[in-house]
Design a binder for this molecule. Sequence first.
Ligand SMILES: CC(C)(COP(=O)(O)OP(=O)(O)OC[C@H]1O[C@@H](n2cnc3c(N)ncnc32)[C@H](O)[C@@H]1OP(=O)(O)O)[C@@H](O)C(=O)NCCC(=O)NCCS
Length: 163
Amino acid sequence: MEVRKAASTDVESMQQLIQQFADVGLMLPRTIKSLCEHLQCFTVAVEDGQVIGVAGLHVLWKDLAEIRSLAVAPHVHGKGVGRKVVEHLIREAEHLGIPQVLSLTYQTGFFEKLNFHVIRKESLPHKVWKDCFYCKKFYHCDEVAMVYYTQHYEAFQAFKEAR
Ligand SMILES: CC(C)(COP(=O)(O)OP(=O)(O)OC[C@H]1O[C@@H](n2cnc3c(N)ncnc32)[C@H](O)[C@@H]1OP(=O)(O)O)[C@@H](O)C(=O)NCCC(=O)NCCS
């Protein structure tokens, strides 16, 4: 299996993978247009030429990036694909100097395994909720906010406290 940045030739498969989970309310759908516009954000896992995993890292602010549209093909669930995709995105966030990586999710057990911690949704900045505006559950959101603290977190906290 190869985990790499997405290319334009992956877009159709990415959209189909995401759509099957969007259909059962596990995540927001993504249009081809939206995937193309944010293509640089996306990472895919590929096996035998097939896209079997996808997720995007969206930088929201200097100190915060969000993992969105994480989906792994059902026939390879539980085989480490999701972990590899998320670890790839965490490395990307670290490379960008970002101290916190957020996920809004129902998959708390999965993210706990990857050292994400539950935080209060109320503590998040408003720009996090931009896409939520299009969600049916906007007024009764039951997703859990979880954060991974990267290697830059301590320095970021020290900087904040010194100001
Ligand atoms: C959640 C999802 C991405 C996990 O991907 P995956 O490839 O099956 O997960 P992995 O095999 O990499 O799992 C990594 C670890 O998390 C554990 N894990 C995976 N899913 C879990 C879950 N739902 N609850 C608890 N633990 C879970 C695995 O057992 C594994 O533990 P280990 O390292 O001790 O063996 C995948 O199930 C999926 O696509 N779900 C549907 C879409 C979705 O809900 N996306 C999340 C949107 S935020």
